[in-house]
Design a protein around this ligand. Sequence first.
Ligand SMILES: *Cc1c(COP(=O)(O)O)cnc(C)c1O
Length: 379
Amino acid sequence: MSDGFATRAIHAGQDADPTTGSVIVPIHATSTYAQDGVGGQRAGYEYSRTGNPTRTALEECLAALEGGRFARAFASGMAATDAVLRATLRPGDHLVIPDDAYGGTFRLVDKVLSGWGVDYTPVPLSDVDAVRAAIRPNTKVVWIETPTNPLLNIADIAALAQVCRDSGVKLVVDNTFASPYLQQPLELGANVVVHSTTKYLGGHSDVVGGAVVTSDEQLAEQVAFLQNSAGAVPGPFDAWLTLRGLKTLAVRMERHSANAERVVAALSGHPKVAKVFYPGLEDHPGHEVAAKQMRHFGGMVSFTHVDGEQAALDVCARTRLFTLAESLGGVESLIEHPGRMTHASTAGSMLQVPAELVRLSVGIEDAADLVDDILTALG
Ligand SMILES: *Cc1c(COP(=O)(O)O)cnc(C)c1O
C-alpha cells in the first residue's frame, strides 16, 4: 500500500540523516563536495548549482506529492515557468494560454518568448471547444491554471488533457492555487505541473520558490538540463524552508478551505457585496468541474463591491487581520485590490479585472475572527 498524502508530505525524501541521525533534513550550506580521487563523488554531488542534498529532499517530496516521477526545484515560480516553456518550445512554435493567465506568465510569454519567435493565443479555458479550436499544427503546449487568479475560473483538466492527447500537444498545469493536496493534474492526464512554491507549498510567506513536476522522462531531463544551465536554483535554506512548509500542507489546506467557506457564507447575500467568486458556490459556472477534480475549493475568494472602486479600496484599508498585501497562500490572511495592485498592468487589455473587485487569501486564523474582520470592514 502506498502512503497517503499527509504521510508523504512529512516523510517523502526525508529519511533521517545517515551520518548523524538528524530527524530533520539538514541545511546543506555548501557550494562544493569533497571527492575521493578525481571523479570519485561520494553521493552523486559535485557542485550545488547542479545538485544539493537539501534541494534533493525537497524535489523528492514534491514529486511524491504530485504523483510524478521527477521534480525540479527553482528559485521562483517564474524560473520554473521559464524552464518549462524553454524545454517545450522552439522558434516558430505556438502555445495556448489562459485569457486570464497569471500576470507574470503572460508577461514572460508576451514580452520575452515572443521576441524568440514563439506565438501564443489567449483562450477562455473553461471552454474546451475554444481550446481545441485554438490548437494549430505548430502548437506544442496548452498552458492552464485552475482556479485562476483573481476570478477563480475553472478549467476541466481531464477534458483538456484529452484534447491535448488527440493533438499531440503537452498540457502544462500551473497548480499553484489548488496545491497538490486539493488537485492532482498528472493523475488527470496533464504532462507537467508547475508551482510557485512561494504560495501554499511554502505556506508561511517567508520564501520565494518554484517547482516543475512530471513523469515524462525526456522532458524531466530537459528541465534538469535548463535548471543547471541557467542556474535559477533555490539555495539550501530556501529549499529547507519550503520542505518545512510542505510537512503541514494537508492540515493547512483543510483549514484554508474551511475558513474560506465561512468567509464566503458571510459575504454571500451581504448588502454591500455584488458578487462572490468562489468555485465552491453552486452558482459558480465551474462548480461541477471543480467538485469533480478538487478535494475542497481552496482558500482564495474574490468579490465585487456594490458601490464601485472607491468602496472596494476602502474595504482593503479597513481590515484589521487581513493584511493589505500581494501574494497568497500563507497562514496569515491577506487582502488586496487586483485592479490597483496585482493586476494593475492588465488595465486596457483583455486581462483587465473589475475595478470594484477585492481578492482575499483566507488564512488559517480562527474563522470567526476573519468573518468579523471582513464584516466590520464592509461596514
Ligand atoms: C505567484 C504565482 C506565480 C509566480 O511565482 P513566483 O514565485 O512569484 O515567481 C505563477 N503562477 C501563479 C498562479 C502564481 O500565483
